[in-house]
Design a protein around this ligand. Structure first.
Ligand code: ADP
Ligand code: ASP
Ligand code: MG
Length: 442
């Protein structure tokens, strides 16, 4: 029987009671052989995530400040978990070593990755003892190349070797190692990626992603009241929704499982009987039902609108515009264009103080009639395999927004017809999401 890989997110492993639920889930199915924990997350909305506290320790150490107090909070948190579960896991000595190492890495000018990774590491040790499972350090399995990208060949080879025949193992999420042996983490939320990589490496029959909601919802539950759960969707739809803000699964976690053709099941640790959401390969024969799969959105974009009469007939115009971005090291999200107009949609994190330079370069290189930047934009993607080839989907969407008095600043329909993306002012973000949800779902 092929194994299942079960990743548990921060809230699912936030305290001893939650970890007991994790054990019940793992023990309920003998195929759940590879368990990937996150670091302890929030126990309530005003609680702290251990990972955030670890970043803070590193930052204090980097500035030459004492991080005793913050570290004490972390130590106490793990102490409570271990005591609540009746395990030891050699915690005290491990904590002491980690504290020394955080100071050392910071003193040598190293980055925060080592500190941040210890949240998963310690939780992994505790969980392994509690499950009576083998602890396998992610640093020995997940390998990055010297540029910090996942070294797929080495990683999958090593996972194949080290996990072969292992009956039950815990592999901490979020981190791996660089060629020099130092620790490197994925980006935030990256335990989802570890789970996906392990699932592909062991040829899992299923990648389970256990979290605090009963699956992927049709919209962000913090914006829409009780959105419907999506029963089933394709990798491509998930990629669009995750990338655009449905943060329940890290958007980069999709590639390894898609490559291995492994279905993903998003489940709720607090409601283990709920079936959750299944993410499956699309088989190309999806019905065009005229329904949407979900809505997701992100804030913090700037749109640079460029106008130039006859730009369409000017050979090399697009290249000149994009070469400005390239020279400034800025990537763009979308590039909708019309007759005599072109818009560059760029995440603020990319522009980061470079906007004035980019505008100046655009004026010099592309000689436009006008170039104008609009900050504080939000993008909303309406996604669905059932949307393609159905006339009127866009009209329904725009009608919903205009009915709610929302000004659409930008429209981009992907060539896949899988999504329609609209840009609105950040202050219209939530009302726009609600208007779209109401129009398509009710
Ligand atoms: P974990 O710690 O288990 O990895 P995350 O906080 O990363 O969990 O992801 C789960 C959260 O994602 C939910 O609690 C919910 O607030 C948020 N979320 C945002 N958009 C969606 C969506 N479309 N469907 C489900 N959850 C969503
Ligand atoms: N603990 C890490 C974070 O908070 C990784 C994860 O939870 O997936 O980002
Ligand atoms: Mg997550």
């Amino acid at each position: 029987m092929q194994p299942k890989v079960s990743k548990f997110g921060g809230t699912s492993v936030a305290d001893a009671d939650m970890i007991r639920k994790v054990r019940a889930i793992v023990q309920a199915d003998a195929d759940r052989r590879f368990v990937i924990p996150s670091a302890p997350g929030k126990r309530s909305s005003d609680d702290q995530k251990v990972t955030d506290l670890l970043y803070l320790c590193h930052e204090h150490a980097r500035q030459g400040l004492s991080f005793d107090e913050v570290f004490e909070l972390i130590a106490r948190r793990y102490g409570e978990i271990a005591k609540g579960l009746g395990v030891d896991a050699g915690l005290d000595s491990k904590l002491e070593v980690i504290k020394g190492e955080i100071a050392c890495v910071a003193a040598e000018g190293g980055g925060p990755d080592y500190a941040a990774s210890r949240g998963e590491y310690l939780n992994g040790l505790i969980l392994a003892e509690f499950l009576d499972a083998k602890f396998i350090d992610a640093a020995d399995l997940i390998h990055f190349d010297k540029r910090g990208r996942l070294d797929e060949d080495q990683t999958y080879r090593v996972i194949g070797e080290k996990l072969k025949g292992v009956q039950l193992a815990v592999v901490p999420g979020f981190y791996g190692s660089l060629p020099d042996g130092s620790v490197k983490t994925f980006s935030r939320g990256g335990s989802d990626i570890t789970g996906a990589v392990v699932a592909r490496g062991v040829g899992a029959s299923l990648y389970e992603n256990w979290t605090d909601v009963s699956g992927l919802l049709m919209a962000d539950p913090r914006i829409i009241d009780s959105p419907k759960t999506i029963e089933k969707l394709t990798y491509r739809e998930l990629r669009e929704l995750a990338y655009m803000g449905a943060t329940v699964l890290h958007d980069e976690a999709i590639f390894p499982v898609r490559h291995g053709g492994i279905p993903v099941n998003i489940r709720n640790t607090n409601r283990p009987d709920d079936p959750g959401t299944m993410i499956v390969p699309g088989n190309g024969s999806e019905k065009h039902t005229g329904t949407i799969t979900g809505i997701a959105g992100r804030k913090d974009f700037t749109v640079i609108a460029i106008e130039k009469a006859m730009m369409n007939s000017e050979v090399g115009f697009g290249r000149r515009v994009l070469s400005v971005l390239e020279a400034r090291g800025v990537s763009f999200e979308h590039l909708p264009s019309g007759i005599d107009t072109m818009s560059l949609v760029i995440a603020d994190s990319q522009l980061n103080g470079k906007l004035d330079d980019v505008l100046e370069d655009l004026r010099a290189e592309a000689k436009p009639d006008s170039v104008e930047a609009t900050p504080d934009m939000a993008l909303i993607a309406t996604v669905g395999r059932g949307m393609s080839h159905i006339p009127g989907m866009a009209a329904k969407l725009f009608g919903a927004l205009s009915g709610a008095g929302i000004n659409i600043r930008m429209i981009d329909q992907g060539s896949s017809e899988l999504n329609i993306i609209v840009g609105v002012h950040a202050s219209d973000f939530e009302p726009a999401m609600r208007a779209i949800y109401k129009a398509f779902v009710g």
